[in-house]
Design a protein around this ligand. Structure first.
Ligand SMILES: [Zn+2]
Length: 221
């Protein structure tokens, strides 16, 4: 089936299925949203936050971009899509938590590591290359470290460093800093490994990603 048709068919299933079942929820949502959590995730089609966190419409305010990055706090130039969403989430919706969710096998991170689009023109990878400059210092460090010890998984190291950098960048937004100081907001680093479906959370004390335990994992046998 062609992908456009699959999309429209999916909409029809939604209208006849979930939309009807959850009519009350959708009617309430029509009056406004009050999600308590913001999630910043990658555009990658395999890491949909609503699927990973099993949420319903209205529960999470989501920004997705290449490699789930938060840019530095900047007021000049540019059109700041991520910053606008962040400002709305923190100052208007007053979310209580922001989750930055990275993932395994990230194409944006791979492009950063390989330098595949470095110096490319806009439309030929230049937009990706410029966007990924947000994590350039970490990439350079990890590249160097991987040269010295080849057993380092540079891809995984940079995927996880990018989450830490995004969280540090979040702290630099004055309205985020204020909400943190007033203990109205918490920041969470998360990493979803597509290969095994395991979610890890960044433990700030140990500065490492710890898997979230699941009580009854259905066995593959
Ligand atoms: Zn990605």
């Amino acid at each position: 089936m062609n992908p456009h048709q699959a999309l429209i068919d999916g909409y029809r299933r939604f209208r006849l299925g979930r939309y009807q079942e959850q009519r009350l929820r959708f009617d309430a949502l029509a009056k406004g949203q009050s999600p308590r959590i913001m999630v910043i995730a990658c555009s990658d089609s395999r890491v949909d936050p609503a699927t990973v966190f099993d949420t319903e419409p209205g529960q999470i305010f989501v920004v997705r971009n290449v490699a789930n990055l938060v840019p530095p706090f900047e007021t000049g130039g540019g059109r700041h899509g991520v910053s606008a969403a962040l400002e709305f989430a923190v100052t208007q919706l007053q979310v209580e938590e922001i989750v930055v969710m990275g993932h395994g096998g990230c194409g944006g991170i791979a492009a950063s590591l390989t330098g595949r689009f470095e110096g490319a023109e806009a439309g030929e990878g230049g937009f990706i290359s410029r966007w990924m400059e947000i994590i350039a210092p970490a990439r350079d460090r990890i590249r160097e470290a991987a040269k010295m010890s080849p057993d380092i998984d540079a891809q995984r190291a940079l995927e996880q460093s990018a989450i830490r950098i995004s969280i540090e960048n979040l702290r630099a937004f004055p309205f985020v800093a204020r909400a943190l100081a007033e203990k109205r907001l918490r920041l969470t680093g998360a990493f979803f490994a597509i290969s095994d479906g395991v979610l890890h959370l960044l433990d700030p004390e140990q500065d490492r990603f710890v898997p979230v335990e699941v009580a009854t994992e259905p066995s593959a046998a």
